[in-house]
Design a protein around this ligand. Structure first.
Ligand code: ZN
Ligand code: ZN
Length: 447
């Protein structure tokens, strides 16, 4: 199965019909381009099970794979690179921050994959694909949409995105740049569907400052903020709040320390982000301590769960300490989070989360209906292909596209071949797909 020079194909092996483990392929003139290679976490009896797309199809065509583009530093987009790279062995391209995060992981895992840093506005030729990297706002730094041009046609792959005019870290969403994309026609837009069932507009990162400030301000003792490690803007906001509230900033969790190191190496977190050593937290007056911790999803080995169980080596939480969940519940993690919250409450630790406060303490990184509509009106595309969502999210996204006048929508799932050029159509179950699971001995096993 190989596209000829009149054809332009899109073939998702992961992330289409589900949220997580994204792996997208674009095909033209005998060549393939991979966009993202991520994992998903399945809650099991013995904690999180790490799963990823079965790369069998592209492994068999790896001599025609011109590169892997990593759009941003989230695990559902880059988390499988070190585990799967040996199956396809192509160069990896990413902007500076994403590249740093990927390289840190590759080095630790002893994987020799080459990572090439590209500018945030780079245009590069990879085989028959001309790729224009387009900065877009999301919940981690330096996220890129990709405008992929070939002689047969063009595709805008949005990656994960939102419209954020005040993202705290990195460049603001540039309305003018996106509007100007509409001056040319594009054959297909492949678009994030995560929040397509949510009306309205996502909350800006900058709007969290007052909510988090209020949640911290009246805390009588320690405050622990649980958030996603890769959200550099959120880390900066919490750092700024530590400074303004006169608290020492501390950080618990390896993934946080890795992300902070990558962020600082790329010029982020330069002000108000001097952390005290974890050993020292327990000796400081509680009302002078603000801690950022990993584990907002109830992960058993993460810092927050260890604090909740009273087994963290650096700190024991005490009554009147406060934990703020600056995060959302990822579907599937409800039970683990519930158990985490009750363990915290049983230690008389106060918990603030979306269920008991009206304060804005978390912002999603994905577009709601208004933002999707805006994108569809800006971009001149005759075809929309919703991805990055469960079937109901994909259908909702397609409906928004329809309302905005996008002539054709193709809704499918992993393994379906979306023929974009010469004639848009979908060939269902064109390729066998599946999942691999990471076993404790480091091997991968089909699920
Ligand atoms: Zn994602
Ligand atoms: Zn993302």
């Amino acid at each position: 199965m190989t596209p000829d020079n009149s054809e332009l194909w899109f073939l998702p092996l992961g992330g289409c019909g589900e949220i997580g483990m994204n792996l997208n392929l674009f095909g033209h003139d005998g060549h393939w381009l991979m966009v993202d290679c991520g994992v998903t976490f399945e809650q099991g009896e013995r904690g999180n099970r790490v799963q990823m797309p079965d790369p069998d199809f592209i492994a068999q065509h790896c001599d025609k794979l011109v590169g892997l583009l990593a759009t941003h530093a989230h695990q559902d987009h880059i988390g499988a690179i070190h585990l799967l790279w040996q199956h396809f062995k192509c160069p990896i391209y990413a902007t500076q921050f994403t590249a740093h995060v990927v390289q840190t992981k590759l080095r630790r895992e002893g994987c020799a994959a080459p990572v090439i840093v590209v500018d945030q506005n780079a245009v590069q030729q990879l085989g028959p694909f001309s790729v224009h990297w387009l900065p877009i706002t999301h919940s981690t730094a330096e996220t890129s949409a990709l405008l992929i041009d070939t002689p047969a046609g063009s595709i805008l792959h949005t990656a994960d995105w939102k419209v954020d005019h005040a993202p705290v870290v990195g460049k603001a969403f540039d309305d003018e740049a996106w509007r100007s994309l509409g001056s040319r026609s594009i054959d297909a837009i492949v678009c994030d569907s995560t929040n397509a069932t949510q009306a309205g507009h996502s909350v800006s990162e900058a709007d969290l400052m007052p909510g988090l400030a209020q949640a911290i301000a009246n805390a009588p003792a320690r405050v622990v903020v649980a958030c996603f490690a890769s959200n550099i803007a959120r880390l900066q906001t919490i750092g700024d709040l530590a400074r303004s509230s006169g608290r020492h900033l501390a950080v618990l969790g390896r993934s946080l320390n890795d992300m902070i190191a990558s962020a600082k190496a790329c010029g982020y977190l330069q002000e108000n982000f001097n952390v005290v050593h974890a050993h020292d937290i327990g000796y400081l007056p509680p009302h002078e301590v603000l801690i950022i911790a990993t584990g907002s999803q109830g992960e058993s080995a993460a810092a927050l769960n260890r604090l909740a169980q009273g087994i963290h080596p650096e700190l024991e939480l005490e009554p009147y300490d406060r934990v703020i969940f600056s995060s959302k519940t990822i579907p599937g993690n409800e039970l683990a989070i519930e158990q985490l919250v009750s363990a915290l409450r049983s230690r008389t630790v106060e918990v603030i989360d979306h269920s008991n406060t009206q304060l804005p303490i978390h912002a999603s990184g994905h577009p709601c209906v208004e933002e999707l509509a805006q994108m569809y009106r800006w971009v001149d595309s005759s075809l929309a292909i919703p991805v990055h969502g469960e079937p109901q999210h994909l259908r909702a996204n397609a409906e928004v596209a329809k309302q905005c006048g996008i002539a054709q929508r193709l809704v499918g799932e992993n393994g379906d071949l979306f023929r974009i050029r010469p004639t848009p159509s979908i060939y269902r179950n064109a390729v066998r797909t599946g999942r691999l699971e990471l076993l404790s001995n480091g091997r991968l096993q089909p699920v």
